[in-house]
Design a protein around this ligand. Structure first.
Ligand code: GSH
Length: 235
């Protein structure tokens, strides 16, 4: 059986587990501590990072882009009819999403309003680009799920959690991205691609008292659009 080596709140892992769920492939997950990586993991992960996918032939694959392409090649593409150009475009939009995983982690980790402002702006630049692409279909460029939807799923899932838990909406003003987010969350893939204790771990890390998103209630308070001129009374 396929096996994913994972860290509970890692978005790169979630992209891969979401693909496995979308393709309805059976897999098991082994969680490791990133602050105390086991030697067996270092032996199979040249970059020392998760995800690692151990294939049915017992080959260890690393780097989420490579793993995502492997799953497409080995188990059937999500959009089998794409031209070479459309595949390249999909890869590029997927990359724009995955390139922002750590930007979102940074924004969520902000300890001050100033940090949150600066970091959300970077993240929102990517959502703004998406806003210009969306609108014709249910998902990214089709009424069927694609690689691009899987690459953006962790960002959209986390934006939804942050809005529900803190009132701060990374997607404020992006109506098409919000519709896309709703369509993707409606599939149930976001919940199915994380572990049962995901919310507990996520809250413990990003919504603790140290983090501005944990400390403040942003409902009726600073928003990404007003944050420049905002004197937060909510913190
Ligand atoms: N480029 C890698 C990035 C993966 C990544 O950054 N994973 C993080 C966890 S979310 C990690 O393993 N960090 C541990 C480390 O860098 O030592 C990929 O796409 O797979």
């Amino acid at each position: 059986m396929l096996k994913v080596i994972s860290f509970t709140i890692c978005p790169f892992v979630q992209r891969i587990t979401a693909m496995l769920e979308a393709k309805q492939l059976p897999y098991e997950v082994e969680y490791i501590s990133l602050s105390d990586k086991p030697q067996w993991f270092l032996d199979i992960s040249p970059n020392g990072q998760v995800p690692v996918l151990v294939t049915e032939d017992n080959t260890a694959l690393f780097e989420s882009d490579a793993i995502a392409e492997y799953l497409e090649d080995k188990y059937g593409a999500m959009q089998p009819e794409l031209s070479v150009e459309q595949k390249a475009i999909n890869r590029a939009w997927s990359y724009l999403g995955t390139k922002h995983y750590l930007v979102q982690c940074g924004a969520q980790s902000s300890r001050t309003i100033e940090d949150l402002k600066e970091r959300s702006e970077k993240l929102r630049n990517a959502f703004e680009k998406e806003e210009g692409q969306l609108g014709k279909h249910r998902y990214f460029n089709s009424d069927e799920l694609s690689m691009v939807d899987m690459a953006w799923l962790p960002l959209l899932h986390r934006a939804d959690i942050i809005r529900r838990e803190s009132g701060y909406d990374f997607l404020e003003g992006f109506s098409k991205v919000k519709a896309w987010q709703a369509a993707i969350l409606d599939t149930g893939l976001a919940e199915r691609s994380v572990s049962e204790d995901f919310m507990e771990k996520f809250r413990g890390f990003y919504l603790s008292e140290e983090r501005v998103l944990g400390r403040c209630d942003f409902t009726d308070c600073c928003t990404p659009k007003t944050i420049n001129a905002c004197e937060p009374a909510c913190c």
